[in-house]
Design a protein around this ligand. Structure first.
Ligand code: GLA
Length: 690
């Protein structure tokens, strides 16, 4: 059987959108939210724009779910109400982020095209009456989506109020995988294009195993429910296919818009929250990267997750300014317990996004809906009206962002990168892995949290991209690691970089096939070892480690390896568990750099000891600030800016050397010298002297 050729993959360069402009006519930081005037009588609209002006709103997202009103019957359009809304906003100096309404097709569409509905893996057809329930590979859906988008682009493409196109809504949510007949046909076409022949497909999927060899393209299926686990390479390709179908829907609408409009195009991502889209790929297709972020209410440290999502968004944008297109003023309505934001929390959230590179702070939504599924979701203008705490904080935030206009366009720089490869997550998240406790996202979050606590700003990076600008690269979960990506990481180390790799990395290639030479073989040169056997632990079991010359005690959980050393120096050994005396943590010099390997799960506290030594190799040091004081720097052309957010209930101080010389507090306009207090639960934004 022929060997599969390496599967094509989008070129790793460049990272982020090609477009380097910004929204026309929006000065300063964008501030506003989703605006759904069609849910309200027209007399409310005048009050809306008056209050928007009071709150400092300069941009609203309109028409995201308006398809049924804009095209009440197939091919019959009614834009009169939208004309009036857009003209009213324009007259009041508020710009429009104009939605294409394709996340919620009208009832007539489903009536005429029932086979465009999504079918789940278990064979359930999802009904209408909700949103996001169309098969992305349906030709009828794509044609209808392009038709309404074209009509909108023709009508509003040069309207002076329109500053941005908001295509669709959150591709990949609420469902992404579709196992319908449409998907079946499209999957075969996609596979044929990718592999060219059945021989290549059989080789890539390893179909000799369990007798799955295909002799006819018509026999190839979407990986719907099977009696036992389905072919993992097939499922990995199905994840790629799903992503590709969604992206094709986006580019079709984007291209329809571009025929009639020069206004930049975005679609709102859900960085770190939507597993079905490979955002590094998507970011190359948009003009401006935008993101939606909602706190996990159950997590008391959810501001760290927020920072991770913001850093990931900036990273997929290639470091360019990005937009926070949605977050909430207070509670959402769709988590098990929808905790209201405490006073000041919304501003802390907003300023954290801003500090990490957002040049737009927007919400879902402007005015709370009285009806429908989201009536208990917070809004800028809540049900309680303008007498409410939330409204007062919204007005205050608008005024504060107005004082921060000069931050627009400034950039965040990071010395550390954490690897993020969506394909690897897709592969590792399949069934029958050595331990269900080895969860890739958990490791990414643990290393991110350690770096967050140490005050080190982090980018996320793909394993194949140019890493030479980073002092430290952390690979917490690189289960799937292509040989060329491993070569890139090895060259990074040889060139002087410090690489830290966590367990269950470098295991399979792009077809989920174990690398020739065994586990970790592609990183043997960089790390000075391979893994002979995985030694996962029983649930709840711990393994003891002796770290360094003093044998300091550490505890690992979940995982251990039987490591085959090939030049690496042992930094920590197991004292008990499945391989007492075996290497647990290693360090290896390769070329001008260093490769570290950690073969067990250390919690965030235990990681401090290891990371201290890793930082030393990378010529990095923790900031030394209080762990609850989050500080990020943005670099502008004329000045640098420091955004400091105090997440604790105690007043904290920014030491004098952080803002050395005379800085200006942009929120108060006051000069600041020396030690700067950051009040409990508060934030400071300083312009630093150059
Ligand atoms: C998503 C959607 C919005 C709204 C919010 C509620 O992000 O894009 O339309 O449903 O969730 O949190």
């Amino acid at each position: 059987m022929p060997q599969p050729s390496p599967a094509p993959r989008a070129a790793p360069h460049p990272v982020g959108p090609a477009f380097s402009g910004w929204l026309p006519g929006v000065d300063g930081i964008c501030y506003g939210g989703d605006y759904n005037p069609e849910q309200w009588p027209e007399e409310v609209w005048a009050e809306d724009v008056r209050l928007m002006r009071e709150a400092g709103v300069n941009l609203v997202s309109v028409g995201i779910f308006s398809w049924a009103l804009l095209e009440p019957q197939e091919g019959c359009f009614d834009f009169a109400w939208l004309d009036r809304v857009i003209d009213l906003l324009h007259a009041n100096g508020i710009r429009v982020d104009l939605g294409t309404p394709t996340a919620a097709p009208p009832a007539w569409f489903f009536h005429a095209t029932p086979h465009a509905r999504v079918v789940t893996r278990d064979g359930v057809t999802l009904g209408p009456g909700s949103r996001g329930m169309v098969a992305p590979s349906s030709p009828e859906y794509r044609a209808a989506a392009v038709r309404i988008t074209t009509e909108l682009a023709k009508r509003y493409g040069t309207h002076p109020a329109v500053a941005l196109w908001h295509v669709h809504n959150e591709y990949g949510a609420p469902v992404s995988d579709d196992y319908s007949e449409n998907a079946q046909h499209a999957f075969r076409r996609w596979l044929l294009e990718r592999y060219g022949s059945l021989d290549a497909l059989n080789a890539a999927w390893g179909t000799a195993f369990w007798g799955q060899v295909y002799g006819d393209w018509d026999h190839v299926q979407v990986p719907a429910a099977t009696p036992t686990t389905a072919n993992p390479a097939q499922r990995l390709d199905f994840a790629r296919f799903t992503d590709a179908m969604l992206l094709e829907c986006f580019t079709a609408e984007r291209d329809a818009i571009r025929t009639h409009s020069d206004v930049p195009v975005t679609t709102n991502f859900m960085a770190a929250a939507c597993p079905s889209t490979d955002l590094f790929r998507w970011a190359r297709e948009v003009d401006v990267v935008s993101n939606d972020h909602y706190l996990t209410a159950a997590d008391p440290r959810n501001h760290v997750g927020l920072a991770l999502a913001a850093d990931l968004t900036r990273s997929v944008a290639g470091g360019k300014p990005w937009m926070l297109l949605e977050h909430s003023t207070s509670a959402v309505n769709w988590q098990p317990r929808n905790v209201a934001k405490r006073p000041g929390e919304m501003a802390r959230n907003a300023l954290t996004h801003l500090g990490r590179g957002a040049d737009a702070i927007m919400f879902f939504q402007w005015r709370a809906s009285r009806s429908g599924a989201e009536k208990f979701h917070s809004a800028m203008l809540p049900h309680a009206g303008t007498g409410s705490r939330v409204w007062r904080e919204v007005v205050q935030l608008g005024a504060d962002l107005g004082r921060l206009s000069e931050l627009r366009g400034s950039r965040v720089r990071a010395d550390v990168a954490i690897l993020w490869d969506q394909e690897s997550f897709w592969a590792q998240d399949l069934e029958w892995r050595p331990s269900e406790d080895a969860v890739p996202r958990e490791r990414v979050e643990a290393f991110y949290d350690r770096l967050w606590r140490d005050g080190l700003t982090v980018d996320f990076a793909q394993p194949g991209q140019d890493l030479s600008g980073y002092r430290l690269v952390v690979a917490p979960a690189s289960y799937l690691l292509r040989a060329d990506d491993a070569a890139n990481l090895t060259a990074y180390v040889a060139g002087g970089g410090t690489l830290l790799v966590s367990y269950f990395s470098g295991i399979v290639d792009e077809h989920d096939a174990v690398h020739a030479g065994g586990f970790l073989a592609p990183l043997r040169d960089a790390l000075g070892l391979t893994v002979e056997e995985f030694l996962p632990l029983r649930q709840g079991d711990e393994v003891g480690l002796a770290y360094g010359a003093e044998g300091r005690e550490l505890t690992g959980t979940v995982w251990a390896d039987d490591v085959a050393l090939d030049g690496a120096q042992v930094v920590a050994s197991y004292v008990d568990g499945p391989k007492p005396g075996g290497a647990a943590i290693t360090r290896h010099e390769h070329g001008a750099g260093t490769g570290w390997y950690v073969s067990t799960r250390l919690d965030v506290e235990s990681l401090a000891l290891l990371m201290g030594d890793v930082y030393a190799d990378a010529r990095l040091a923790p900031s030394g600030l209080d762990e609850d004081l989050e500080v990020v720097r943005r670099h502008g052309e004329a000045a640098d800016y420091l955004v400091a957010v105090n997440h604790s209930a105690t007043d904290l101080k920014l030491p004098g050397q952080v803002a050395a010389g005379q800085a200006t507090d942009l929120l108060t306009g006051e000069p600041v010298t020396g030690e700067t207090p950051v009040p409990a639960g508060g934030a400071r934004v300083l312009r630093l002297p150059r």
